[in-house]
Design a protein around this ligand. Structure first.
Ligand code: BYC
Length: 337
């Protein structure tokens, strides 16, 4: 375990002036908006914070493929199926860039995956909810990807270079995902009465879990203050949640759908929407593994890992064969002849 305070200037002061100066120089680089690169010196707590956040983010992308993957065989047209396959494939790609970014911090991808499969690692709470109807695919694109973009665009300016650069491409793809979701919702909302009702039902079920994606209120967020000082996070959880609500409520109005929050109202003075209390007990339960699909998601990942074992073993055997001295000599002779 570690705490973010471990390497704070206050703690560093006890460890001598050299260490304090190193920490000050590091913070000065952050304050000047310089990027920190893998081979640069960094406080251990900065490294561990990034590993935690990037790994959780990577796991979220990978587990996030499951609720949507569930609908690939049932998409209502070839066009919808092709789009959904592309989106799910993008998410697999995002997971790969993010695991690679985490590896630059000195962790092994295999260890991170082991933490996910053993249930020790967190991934986004949102992916522990079921996709009950086709409209859920629209709601995920519109709301879940919309929330993801709101959270991830600022990460393109994160102080750690490999994470920031990975986020640039991810955000471009997320933007396509959000638009396909909104277009799907628009089609349903303007369709038959039954389709409109299906879109409303999906909004009812995905609205509050989408707000929870931004994490606990700032007052209860353990990591935000230090992560903001290190410019890993550029906005707090509450700031991003508010931005998301402000842009999404007018989108719901355009769809002709009702946001399931009786306390929601426009506040002219602050120029923000005011909204009702989030059910944080539900959020905590999902984080503890008690959400509607936590068990199912982990079982699916474990099965996928087990079913892919032969591929990993074959790849290792192939690499070993090509590294063996006899093979190298043979390959060399072949090249000469
Ligand atoms: N679910 O101090 P806090 C996507 C944890 S989008 C689960 O505020 P932090 C996708 C938090 O990890 C989703 N756990 O933490 C979209 C911490 O636990 P530990 C992924 C959560 O890190 C569409 C504790 O609560 N996006 O992938 O400062 C399709 C205290 O929280 C959640 C990212 O990962 C949650 N919702 O802020 C497919 C973006 N919220 O580690 C895929 C990058 C909080 O102390 N991550 N926790 O045990 C972040 O921006 C930040 O990590 C968070 C949390 C805003 C999520």
């Amino acid at each position: 375990m570690y705490t973010q305070a471990l390497d704070s200037p206050a703690a560093g002061a006890d460890e001598g002036s050299e260490e304090r100066e190193r920490l000050e120089r590091f913070q000065a680089r952050i304050d000047r908006d310089e990027k920190i690169e893998p081979k640069d010196w960094m406080p251990e707590a900065y490294r561990q914070t990034l590993i935690r956040q990037i790994a959780q983010h990577a796991h979220s992308e990978i587990v996030g493929m499951l609720p949507e993957g569930n609908w690939i065989t049932r998409a209502p047209s070839l066009r919808r199926k092709a789009v959904l396959i592309a989106k799910v494939q993008d998410e697999g790609g995002h997971g790969m860039y993010l695991y690679s970014a985490a590896e630059t911090l000195g962790v092994a991808r295999g260890d991170l995956i082991e933490q996910l499969l053993s249930g020790r690692a967190k991934y986004s709470s949102i992916f522990n909810y079921p996709t009950l109807t086709w409209a859920d695919i629209g709601a995920i694109g519109w709301l879940v990807d919309g929330a993801a973009i709101m959270n991830q665009v600022p990460l393109c300016r994160c102080s750690y270079g490999p994470y920031a650069r990975a986020m640039v491409r991810i955000c471009k793809e997320e933007s396509f995902h959000q638009r396909q979701g909104y277009e799907l919702m628009l089609t349903l909302a303007r369709g038959s009465e039954a389709q409109h009702a299906m879109a409303q039902d999906a909004l009812n079920r995905w609205w509050w879990p989408s707000l929870m994606m931004f994490g606990p209120n700032d007052a209860h967020s353990v990591h935000t203050a230090q992560s903001m000082r290190w410019k890993i996070k550029r906005f707090t959880n509450d700031e991003l949640r508010q931005k998301f609500i402000d842009v999404t409520v007018p989108q719901a109005e355009y769809l002709g759908l009702t946001v399931p929050d009786p306390d929601l109202r426009w506040d002219q003075t602050s120029e923000h929407y005011r909204f009702g209390e989030i059910d944080w007990s539900e959020f905590q339960a999902v984080l503890k593994g008690e959400g509607p699909c936590n068990r199912e998601r982990l079982e699916a990942r474990r099965a996928a890992h087990e079913n892919g074992r032969w591929v990993r073993e074959a790849a290792v055997a192939y690499a070993a064969k090509h590294q063996a001295p006899a093979h190298r000599a043979q390959a060399g002779a072949g090249a000469l002849s």
